[in-house]
Structures are given as structure tokens and as C-alpha cells.
Design a binder for this molecule. Structure first.
Ligand SMILES: Nc1nc2c(ncn2[C@@H]2O[C@H](COP(=O)(O)OP(=O)(O)OP(=O)(O)O)[C@@H](O)[C@H]2O)c(=O)[nH]1
Ligand SMILES: [Mg+2]
Length: 384
């Protein structure tokens, strides 16, 4: 399963409470206050890890709760701190803080219960219960008007974990309370109190969103040959098949060169007309090419399934623009695939006549024709 967006709940550990104790030892019957401090609560820490490629672990364990600090002990012993919870996420994870849901109308319903109970005790007429249920209905209707938690405008970006090993403290553990030995003074030699531990900070709902970080993004209609191309230039082995939407989630391949330099290429599912209206697989997966330095528009120049390469090209640009107009500003390359097919040459001529100024790279990915040249051009474009 591939998960690139997941809502989690984070809560740091509570600090342990301070201890109230007095030392009693042989020959020291009044050894003075000796309560130790409570331990610090554990933090919830997110850590980027390049061995992960999606957020499936957080999908199954969305409650990220760190350990509480232990209370202080007698003889001046401090309680141990709660263990930090280190959660590994893939590189390219954005962390959004979601608004906390508005508190349930407890006061209202509390008052109502009180009133109903009072009424019920004074006279046990069924009409009272009826009045209560009507009121409850009113409250429910109000609760429905509350804004959706996932509302785009309300979420707040708090971190972007891009580098392997980068950490972000999502929720900070609470401080442990001080034990009573900290409160002894010359005039108050037997303090019989200690501090309670503090609650951790940052508790709440968060949205983790993965936006893959790759150098090159492959965009095209289904069946254009994106996965075939990725297979030809890298060690990645995405599924290749002659039916649309073979690729259902993004795949990253690493292209290696003779001098050991490398670049990453991301193959995303096919994009079709109306993707912005959620046609096909929608266009949400375009978030994974948002961070690419170069966008490769891969066209099926053979026009398989009665398609027209020029229409495909225009439609792809339109869908990119509808997703995010900034994507059109990104350097891009037009690649004509399936040039081994008979009609491809003719289609290419027509296509070039329409956009004479845009260079079009030709290839037949399935037969490894033109793929070496493509790799060289990629490298030049990315490292330029
Ligand atoms: N003749 C010919 N067929 C090709 C070429 N490249 C890919 N194909 C075929 O086109 C079909 C689709 O290829 P894929 O690589 O799965 O296409 P895709 O763009 O990844 O498709 P989706 O994952 O569905 O978006 C397969 O049957 C490939 O064998 C090519 O250069 N020439
Ligand atoms: Mg594919």
C-alpha cells in the first residue's frame, strides 16, 4: 500500500511529579526533606529516513504518544525521563498542524442535563424528557456547522523534512516537577509539598504529507511509456503493461552514470483530460513532481488508442496548470516515444509544425533507442 497523506495525533509525555519525602536513617532521625524531582516527559520526534518511500507505518499507527516521565523518589532520587518517541518518515515529508477541533458544547449540554435532572426530580412528567431531547437535537445541528478539520486554508506548515537524518520535535515533553528538597529554606525546613509535573506541549492533530524529492518528473498520458522509460534508464522495475493506469502510485528510479554521479527520476500515474475533476486517478499525485527540477512530458507519438499527440500535449499542460500554475514555469522537456511505430514519423512532423520552436527528443523506450541520449540530456539539464 502506498500512503502519501496521513493524519496523526501527537502527544508528548507528561512530566513526572516531584516527591515529598524526608530522610530517616540510623543516627539521622530528622535528615531533612529528600524528595527527588520528577523525570521529563518524552518528546515525539519525526526523523527523515531515505530508506522509506511512503507513510504507511503512520497510517497503521496514527497515535504518536511518547512516554511520561516517572515521579521523583525519596533519598533525593530523581525519576527517570520518559523515552522519546522517534518516528521515521520518508524524506520529503511536510508536517502541517491542523486546527484543534472546537470543544464539544459541554457547557450547554451540561446545563441542560442539570436542568433536566432538576425538573425530573421535582416532577417526573414525560414532557421534560421530551424537552431535553429537542434541545439535544439543536446542539447537534450546531456541531454540524463546525469547519472541516482538513480545511486547506486552516492548516499550518510547521516542518519540511528533506534531508536524511533531519529531525523535528513535533511535541515537546513536559518538565518534571521539583521534589520537596528544592523548597527547604532556613525558615521552612520541612516543606510538605512538591511540584506536579508539567503537561507536554504541542499536543494535537497533524497532517503528514509526502512530496517526493526527485530531480526529474515523468508526466504523460496512460500508456505513453513512462514506466518503460524508467525501466530503460534505471534499476527501478515498475510494472509495464498495455493497459491504462498500470502505475497506481509514484515510483522513483535512480539513474547512474559512468562517473558515479546519479540523479533521481519519478514516474507518476498517467494524467488524462479532466484529471483536475478527479477523472482517472485525479491529479493529486502531481504533488510528487512539485519539487522536481525538470518535468519531462512524455508523448505517445504513435497515437495509440486513436489519440492525437498534439491534443495530449495541450491537455497535459492544461492539467499541470490547473494543478499549480507554477509548474508551467519549471524547466521542461518534450519527449516523443514509440518512434518505432509506422505512423510516428508522420505524427511527429505534424506535431513539430505546430510548435516549431520547442525541441522534441525522439525515442523508442521499449527498444532502448534514444534512451542513452536522453540520459545525457537529463544530466546536462539537471546539473546545469
Ligand atoms: N511500440 C512501442 N511500444 C512501447 C514503447 N514504450 C512503451 N511501449 C508499450 O506501451 C505500453 C504501456 O507502457 P507503460 O510503460 O506501462 O506506460 P505508462 O506510461 O507507464 O502507463 P501507465 O502506467 O498506465 O500510466 C506497454 O505495452 C509498452 O510495451 C515504445 O517505444 N514502442
Ligand atoms: Mg506506468
Amino acid at each position: 500500500m502506498f500512503v502519501d497523506e496521513v493524519k496523526v495525533h501527537g502527544r508528548a509525555g507528561h512530566g513526572g511529579k516531584g516527591c515529598v519525602a524526608f530522610l530517616r536513617e540510623t543516627f539521622r532521625p530528622k535528615g531533612g526533606p529528600s524528595g527527588g524531582n520528577g523525570g521529563r516527559g518524552g518528546n515525539v520526534i519525526l526523523q527523515a529516513d531515505h530508506d522509506l518511500n511512503n507513510l504507511v507505518a503512520q497510517f497503521y499507527t496514527p497515535r504518536l504518544i511518547a512516554e511520561d516521565g516517572k515521579p521523583g523518589l525519596g533519598k533525593g532520587m530523581d525519576g527517570p525521563a520518559g523515552k522519546d518517541l522517534v518516528v521515521k518518515v520518508p524524506c520529503g515529508t511536510l508536517v502541517w498542524r491542523l486546527p484543534s477541533p472546537p470543544p464539544a458544547p459541554e457547557e450547554e449540554s451540561g446545563k441542560e442535563t442539570e436542568r433536566t435532572t432538576l425538573l425530573a426530580t421535582s416532577s417526573r412528567r414525560p414532557v421534560m424528557r421530551h424537552a431535553g431531547s429537542e434541545r439535544a437535537m439543536e446542539i447537534n445541528l450546531e456541531a454540524d456547522k463546525t469547519p472541516a478539520v482538513n480545511d486547506e486554508t486552516e492548516k499550518d506548515l510547521v516542518a519540511d523534512l528533506t534531508e536524511h537524518g533531519q529531525q523535528f520535535v513535533l511535541c515537546k515533553g513536559g518538565r518534571g516537577g521539583l521534589g520537596n528538597r528544592n523548597f527547604a529554606t532556613a525558615r521552612r525546613q520541612t516543606p510538605r509539598f512538591a511540584q506536579p509535573g508539567e503537561a507536554g506541549s504541542g499536543e494535537g492533530d497533524y497532517l503528514l504529507e509526502l512530496r517526493i524529492i526527485a530531480d526529474v518528473g515523468l508526466v504523460g498520458y496512460p500508456n505513453a511509456g513512462k514506466s518503460t522509460l524508467l525501466t530503460a534508464i534505471s534499476q527501478a522495475r515498475p510494472k509495464v503493461a498495455p493497459y491504462p493506469f498500470t502505475t497506481l502510485h509514484p515510483q522513483v528510479g535512480i539513474v547512474e552514470f559512468a562517473d558515479y554521479s546519479r540523479l533521481t527520476v519519478c514516474d507518476v500515474p498517467g494524467l488524462i483530460e479532466g484529471a483536475h475533476r478527479n477523472v482517472g486517478l485525479g491529479h493529486e499525485f502531481l504533488r510528487h513532481i512539485e519539487r522536481c527540477k525538470l518535468i519531462v512530458l512524455l508523448l505517445d507519438m504513435a497515437g495509440t488508442d486513436g489519440r492525437n499527440p498534439w491534443d495530449d500535449y495541450k491537455q497535459l499542460l492544461r492539467e499541470l496548470e490547473l494543478y499549480d500554475p507554477a509548474l508551467l514555469e519549471r524547466p521542461r522537456m518534450v519527449v516523443a516515444n514509440k518512434m518505432d511505430e509506422a505512423v510516428a514519423e508522420q505524427n511527429l512532423k505534424k506535431f513539430k509544425r505546430r510548435i516549431p520552436k520547442v525541441p522534441v527528443l525522439t525515442m523508442a523506450a521499449a527498444f532502448d533507442e534514444g534512451t542513452e541520449n536522453f540520459k545525457k540530456i537529463l544530466r546536462k539539464a539537471v546539473y546545469a
